[in-house]
Design a protein around this ligand. Structure first.
Ligand code: PGA
Length: 250
C-alpha cells in the first residue's frame, strides 16, 4: 500500500508565538519516531516561529488558508508565494469554518487549490456535509459535488500532491464522531469520485483521504484501521502535545 498515513493538526485561531514555541518544543521529541507523516497547520502569525522550531525534525509545516491571486489589491489576504517563502509545504483549503463564516464556495475552493498547486504547495482540501444535509440523506451528493468542484481543471499529475479531508461538519469540535464505518463509507464515495475523475489505479494508490471531526487519542486507532481512511485532520486534540502525539502514533 503506497498511501502513507498523514496526520495534520489544524490549530485554527489558537496559539501566539510564545504558545507555538512551547507546544512545538514539547511535540518534537514525542513524534520523532512516528511512522505517519506529521503536519501542523498554524496561524499565519505563528508560521515563522513554527518553521524555526521544527527545522530538521520530521514535522512539516502547513497554513490554514491561501488566497487565489498571485498578488495585488486584496487587503488582509496572503498569497501562496508568501507561504512558500516561509517554508510552508501544506495548506488547508475550504475548511467548513471558512465555508460557513467567510463565504467560501466550491468555486473559490477550486481557485485556491489551483493557486496553491501552481506555487508548489500541497492542498489539504476539506469536504463534508452539514447535519441537515446528512439527515436529508444528501451526504454522498454533497461530498461528490464538493470533490468534483475542488478538482475542476486540476491535472492528474497533481493528485499525489493533494490530500482530501472528509470532515462531517456536525462532528467538528462537538465531541461527536462519525462512526469509523460511517467515515469509511463516505470516504469510499470520495475515492470513487476521484476514480471517476482520474483513474481507478491513481485513486487507489495515490489519493490520500483523511477523516476529521473530534478525532482524538481514544478513537484514532479505530478510525485509522478502516481501509479507506489515510489520516486525520485534528483540531482540538492538536493543541496539546501529548494528545496530538498519541493521535499521530494511533
Ligand atoms: P476538531 O476539528 O478535531 O476539533 O473536531 C477538526 C477540524 O475542524 O479540522
Amino acid at each position: 500500500m503506497s498511501r502513507r498515513p498523514i496526520i495534520a493538526g489544524n490549530w485554527k485561531m489558537n496559539n501566539t508565538k510564545a504558545e507555538t514555541t512551547e507546544l512545538l518544543t514539547a511535540l518534537k521529541p514525542l513524534v520523532a519516531d512516528a511512522a505517519a507523516e506529521v503536519v501542523v497547520c498554524v496561524p499565519y502569525t505563528a508560521i515563522d516561529t513554527a518553521a524555526s522550531i521544527i527545522k530538521g525534525s520530521n514535522i512539516k509545516l502547513g497554513a490554514e488558508n491561501v488566497h487565489w491571486a498571485e498578488k495585488g489589491a486584496f487587503t488582509g489576504e496572503i498569497s501562496a508565494k508568501m507561504l512558500v517563502e516561509l517554508g510552508v509545504e501544506y495548506v488547508i483549503i475550504g475548511h467548513s469554518e471558512r465555508r460557513q463564516y467567510f463565504g467560501e464556495t466550491d468555486q473559490t475552493v477550486n481557485m485556491r487549490v489551483k493557486a496553491a498547486l501552481a506555487a508548489g504547495l500541497k492542498p489539504i482540501i476539506c469536504v463534508g456535509e452539514s447535519l441537515e444535509e446528512r439527515e436529508a440523506g444528501k451526504t454522498e451528493e454533497v461530498v461528490t459535488r464538493q470533490t468534483k468542484a475542488a478538482f475542476d481543471g486540476i491535472g492528474k499529475e497533481n493528485i499525489e500532491n493533494t490530500v482530501i479531508a472528509y470532515e462531517p461538519i456536525w462532528a467538528i469540535g462537538t465531541g461527536k464522531t462519525a462512526t469509523a464505518e460511517e467515515a469509511n463509507a463516505t470516504i469510499k464515495v470520495i475515492r470513487d469520485t476521484m476514480a471517476e475523475l482520474y483513474c481507478a489505479k491513481c485513486a487507489e494508490e495515490k489519493v490520500r483521504i483523511q477523516y476529521g471531526g473530534s478525532m482524538n487519542p481514544k478513537n484514532a486507532k479505530e478510525l485509522m484501521a478502516q481501509p479507506n481512511i489515510d489520516g486525520g485532520l485534528i483540531g482540538g486534540a492538536s493543541l496539546k502535545a501529548v494528545d496530538f502525539s498519541q493521535v499521530v502514533k494511533y
